[in-house]
Write a protein that binds this ligand. Structure first.
Ligand code: AHR
Length: 502
């Protein structure tokens, strides 16, 4: 029996909905086919956006979407992607598969997509190969209400009203595909470029994200914080940065031979989960460095790329990064989302890579067919935490796994929503064992509990032939008495309990 203790008297911080954010890049079949098929397509669409995908994303409650990359962002020239489609420049997507990019999905289409799915916008600017002027004019095109060359151009293109840009990334992975820069060099460029990311609408200021580290590159964080986290003059002017990013992927083996998405054994299972859990150590260490400079915790850690990265599905274009998604991915998502909740004081946004048909996607498409992956169902279960308050909680656990890969058997996070519902999300990391859990709510009696679970064999997954092998099911086997709740959580599962108190 493992004890779970929840103290509703101790609220530990606000969980930004954006912790469950997503990322879409001009990569493989993510944008074209996955999200956008064009108005003339036989696939049902609204202004070119796939209706089935938009519907599924709304149901999942996607809070924010990052675009246009990734590595693609630092080669993207936004002016090529606005105006009459027949006049838009064609280019080669040199990063991803060498295919022709016809720029038919550009800024106005991205804004339309976000409007249809009802989410916030996160635009990633080009520092690697773009100019300050280009970045500055992009922000002007999107957000300027009044008269200006770029606002006028937007209007000429049929978009009278200014858009809202909630988040703006000043470069992507500038230590690598975004220009191979040193932290000193990038830090100074950041200071310069961000100056011209103007706030044309003071009621909706743009949240500026500075490019942060690759995984455990702590020196990058230290140098960039030292260079950029300094107030401009006058001292009460808006700070230079609102967030610093971090990228960390779960790669089971090595970057050369990552491992297959659906064919793996229990050793691979524990190895993958162990590597996922490393996220917590990364957050702690990067946070400690940020704390040195940002003593008042004013800027957010933005984990704008995370998720599993396997070898591509056999027979698919290696440059498209298309991979399947199993119960193992569901656990990776559940573990990470619980970690982000627990660190919501510093982590203000996270974006899984990537939305459709790439890496750890929530949706896969094949022509007119669409399936929801196990990761989709985890995000749907976890949306109960969006905008809630994190509660103090602790679950007893033991270390399990094989000799080389030890992981805790259980991880959890708990929050209280505005209507007083206490939402518990628990992961069982064992691929063989179920566990009895005895939960206690401090000072509160339980009125009712509603449960839902995602579980299955470790490699279970949905296919276009069998789209519903893995999906959430009701979980009713819960006993409640006064302030106690007990249940058995099966192996390989992600569980959500919604508790109403008296
Ligand atoms: O998500 C795929 C790629 O991974 C992104 O383009 C890049 O930022 C990262 O290296």
């Amino acid at each position: 029996m493992y004890k779970l203790v929840i103290n509703p008297n101790n609220q530990k911080g606000h969980i930004n909905p954006e912790l469950q954010g997503h990322f879409s890049e001009h990569l493989g079949r993510c944008i074209y086919e996955g999200l956008f098929v064009g108005e003339d397509s036989d696939i049902p669409n609204t202004k070119g956006m796939r209706n089935d995908v938009v519907e599924a994303l709304k149901e999942m409650k996607i809070p924010v979407l990052r675009w246009p990359g990734g590595c693609f962002a630092d080669e993207y020239h936004w002016k090529d992607g606005v105006g009459p489609k027949e006049k838009r420049k064609k280019m080669i997507n040199t990063h991803w598969g060498g295919v022709v990019e016809d720029n038919s999905f550009g800024t106005d289409e991205f804004m339309e997509l976000c409007k249809q799915i009802g989410c916030k916008t996160y635009i990633n600017g080009n520092v690697g190969s773009g100019t300050v002027q280009e970045m500055s004019e992009w922000v002007e095109y999107m957000t300027m209400e009044g008269v200006s060359p770029m606002a006028d151009w937007r209007k000429e293109n049929g978009h009278e009203d200014a858009y809202t840009v909630n988040y703006f990334g000043v470069g992507n992975e500038n230590w690598g595909c975004g220009g191979n820069m040193t932290p000193e060099y990038y830090g100074n460029l950041y200071r310069r470029y961000q100056t011209y990311v103007r706030n044309y609408n003071n009621e909706k200021p743009v949240f500026k994200v500075c490019c942060g580290a690759n995984a455990d590159d702590f020196e990058w964080t230290d140098v960039v914080m030292d260079t950029c986290f300094k107030r401009p003059t006058p001292p009460n002017a808006h700070g230079l940065m609102d967030g610093l990013s971090l990228h960390y992927y779960t790669v089971p083996n090595t970057w050369e031979t990552k491992g297959a998405a659906t064919v793996f054994n229990s050793k691979d299972w524990y190895n993958t989960l162990k590597k996922t859990l490393y996220m917590e150590e990364l957050i702690r260490t990067h946070t400690a460095i940020m704390d040195k400079y940002d003593k008042k915790n004013e800027i957010g850690l933005i984990i704008d790329e995370w998720g599993t990265w396997y070898d591509v599905e056999p027979g698919t274009n290696p440059g498209f990064l298309y991979q399947q998604n199993t119960i193992r991915d569901a656990l990776v998502a559940g573990i990470n989302l619980n970690i982000f909740n627990k660190h919501c004081d510093r982590v203000k946004m996270a974006n899984i890579a990537q939305l459709v048909n790439v890496l750890q996607s929530v949706i896969l498409t094949d022509g007119e067919k669409m399936i929801k992956t196990p990761t989709y169902y985890v995000f749907k279960m976890f949306n109960c935490h969006q905008g809630a308050e994190l509660l103090d909680s602790h679950i007893e656990n033991e270390m399990i796994g094989d000799e080389d890969n030890k992981v805790p058997n259980l991880t959890e996070s708990v929050s209280i929503s505005e209507d007083g519902t206490i939402n518990i999300t628990i992961n069982n990391l064992s691929c063989t064992d179920a566990y009895d859990i005895d939960g206690v709510l401090v000072d509160k009696n339980i009125a009712s509990v509603k449960g839902e679970i995602l579980t299955g064999k470790m490699d279970a997954h949905n296919t276009f032939e069998n789209p519903s092998v893995v999906k959430t099911e009701d979980f009713d086997d819960v006993t409640c008495k006064e302030n106690r709740i007990s249940f058995k959580i099966p192996a390989c599962s992600v569980l959500h309990l919604a508790v109403k108190t008296v």
